[in-house]
Design a binder for this molecule. Structure first.
Ligand code: ADP
Ligand code: MG
Length: 594
């Protein structure tokens, strides 16, 4: 990297201006980005009191040459850009030459640094309002920056800071946002003496994701790799059993620069679509690369936002990259030894704890015993694989030696199954709704929607505009198996229905389906509209809540679920199956330690 120079006033005018130091998290962000720009392979971050008392960032990067040290804390001084053209293709995190100067304006700063070709390093001590002092000092090559007395002279700003706890959480978050895409670099974060993050350099992206999210998530991880028209999207996502209540675990970056961009987040979330419950968010790390000329990082002083040319194209590539992975059939454990089943993921929708500020890299939970996924016993199993034992209640999958017993139905609403490791509770309507939804989508995509001709067509009397609207949708409805035609006035004639609705559909039911279709508030030409019709049809064809089920019907439901993708959630994203383990029962009843 070249010498540090002060940018010309002309250059300064091109650079987005504004405050960069909000609190400890932004200090950490700027210092970590400087370390990454210095090609460090290991970055150590230590904070005290949430970073309000002190922040120390050390790296093994290329250091600052002694002659440059006085320059680094001056405003608009940088070694990273020189002229206007450099701004178009910024390959470094920094380019404004403002971070160290802004920190020095609000806090005391100690810098200890040495380049590889210097024998002696340098030390800079800067106190707010005083000229910096520079001396010689020894250090292995690299840089350590220590920031203390943040906002000590600006009580109004200091008052605006959060508690050490919240400021500390922000620091953890900003470090994670950098560490996730930069799995090539080692990161260690120590908070008040406690190691929070410890990731070695040269980690595989999968290992880094597991370190961040915990071993429990490992079986649910899927790799994303997608390229289209010079846009590449790489990373990992957790399949939808693993979700969060906030966007805190959506790590999105552009050229490895963490970004917060609603359009990109929405693209990821819309790809999960029905697989997420309302208010739940995906867990993923995705890096986007594209022609650097299309990316403008010079829009926001803290560089949190980037402007992307033709952002809609990038968002749709992101959506597609995620969608494809989610639609891939999941590797089945069928046919493998029982050990594989034991290593399978837990069944229960895995709601990541909201409070935990600690990525699980070091926490002992990473070594937790794997849980059994008994329901996978029926995963991908063809009908022949499922056999009955002597009693009708027992379903067995011989190859896997797995057995469970149908206990029955409770409240005409839930199906209860016993397995060796505990209980499964299935929401009969939600589970069957998913089965029907996936079946309908398959049939629709194959272009051959099985329909039933009604022996006696159903005549619906609608409000005038409704009748017109229904007729306007007749092509779309036809694709789904509903044939409608005008019958004069406000009357509509329905002559066929999708086969899945069964043979005893009442006029009342068809009216309510039509009402629901008319109430869909999205563009009729969109794929989304079609999907909503599929959901409505699935809902009306599914076993109702409140409907009694025989053991045979339960068995059929289980067999159908066994070959249904996305069976752990209904089309509205609610869970379909809950598992209660024997351990949980024992704990609740106080049979084992609490
Ligand atoms: P910018 O990163 O925008 O250039 P900064 O104020 O963050 O501005 O840093 C000023 C200059 O100090 C950088 O351009 C770089 O040359 C040098 N510098 C800062 N931190 C480091 C570091 N950790 N290692 C090597 N050089 C650094
Ligand atoms: Mg910088």
């Amino acid at each position: 990297m070249g010498r540090i120079r002060v940018l010309s006033p002309d250059m300064v005018s091109f650079i987005s201006a504004g405050e960069v130091i909000d609190g400890p998290w932004s200090i950490v962000k700027e210092l970590v980005e400087n370390s990454l720009d210095a090609a460090a392979t290991h970055i150590d971050i230590e904070i005290r009191g949430g970073g309000i008392d002190s922040v120390v960032v050390s790296d093994n990067g290329h250091g600052i040459a002694h002659d440059d040290v006085p320059m680094c804390v001056r405003g608009h001084s940088t070694s990273k850009v020189r002229n206007r053209e450099d701004l178009d293709t910024i390959a470094t995190y920094g380019f404004r030459g403002e971070a160290l100067a802004s920190i020095a304006a609000v806090a005391d700063l100690h810098i200890l640094t040495r380049t590889a070709d210097e024998e002696m390093g340098s030390k800079l001590v800067s106190r707010v309002g005083e000229a910096p002092k520079i001396t010689n000092a020894s250090r292995p090559n690299g840089t350590t920056v220590e920031v203390t007395h943040l906002f000590a002279r600006i009580p109004a700003r200091k008052k605006q800071l959060g508690t050490p706890k919240t400021e500390g959480q922000r620091v953890v978050d900003v470090v994670m946002r950098h560490a996730m895409p930069r799995f090539d670099v080692g990161f260690r974060l120590v908070k008040d003496g406690e190691v929070i993050i410890d990731c070695p350099p040269e980690q595989s992206p999968r290992d880094r994701a597991v370190a961040a999210w915990g071993a429990e998530v490992a079986p649910h991880l899927a790799e994303v790799y997608f390229t289209k028209d010079s846009i590449t999207i790489k990373g990992f996502l957790a399949r939808p059993l693993v979700t969060r209540g906030t966007r805190a675990r959506e790590y999105l970056s552009v050229h490895k620069r963490p970004v917060e961009d609603m359009r990109l987040s929405t693209a990821v979330e819309s790809a999960y679509s029905t697989l997420l419950m309302r208010g739940r968010y995906p867990v993923c790390v995705l890096d986007i690369s594209l022609d650097p000329l299309r990316v403008d990082v010079n829009v926001h002083p803290t560089k949190r936002e980037v402007r992307i040319k033709d952002a809609e194209e990038v968002a749709s590539a992101v959506r597609e990259s995620v969608r494809r992975v989610l639609l891939e059939p999941q590797p089945s454990t069928f046919g493998q030894g029982p050990e594989d089943i034991l290593a399978g993921p837990s069944l229960e929708p895995f709601l990541m704890e909201e409070e935990s500020e600690k990525p699980s890299s070091l926490s002992s939970s990473a070594n937790r015993q794997p849980t059994t996924d008994a329901f996978r016993l029926v995963e991908g199993v063809s009908l022949e694989g499922v056999t009955s034992e002597t009693s009708d209640d027992i379903i067995r999958v011989p190859t896997l030696g797995g057995t469970f017993r149908i206990v029955g139905q409770v409240h005409n609403l839930y199906v209860v199954l016993e397995l060796q490791e505990g209980l499964l509770i299935i929401d009969q309507h939600a589970a069957h709704e998913r089965v029907m939804y996936e079946r309908l989508r398959r049939q629709m995509n194959s272009g051959a929607m099985p329909v039933q001709e009604l022996l006696e067509p159903i005549v619906l009397r609608l409000q005038h505009t409704d009748a017109e609207n229904v007729l306007g949708l007749s092509d779309v409805l036809e694709r789904m198996g509903y044939s409608v035609s005008g019958f004069g006035g406000n009357e509509i004639l329905v002559t066929t229905l999708p086969d899945v609705l069964g043979y005893q559909v009442s006029e009342k039911e068809v009216t309510s389906i039509v009402d629901e279709i008319l109430a869909i508030g999205v563009d009729h030409a969109s794929e989304h509209f079609m999907d909503e019709i599929v959901k409505i049809t699935a809902c009306h064809s599914a076993i109702r809540a409140g409907q009694p089920m025989s053991k045979d019907e339960i068995r059929n439901l289980l067999v159908a679920m066994a070959s249904t993708p996305n069976r752990y959630s209904c089309p509205h994203g609610r869970p379909t199956i809950l598992r209660i383990s024997v351990q949980e029962l024992e704990k609740k009843f106080g049979r084992i330690g609490h």
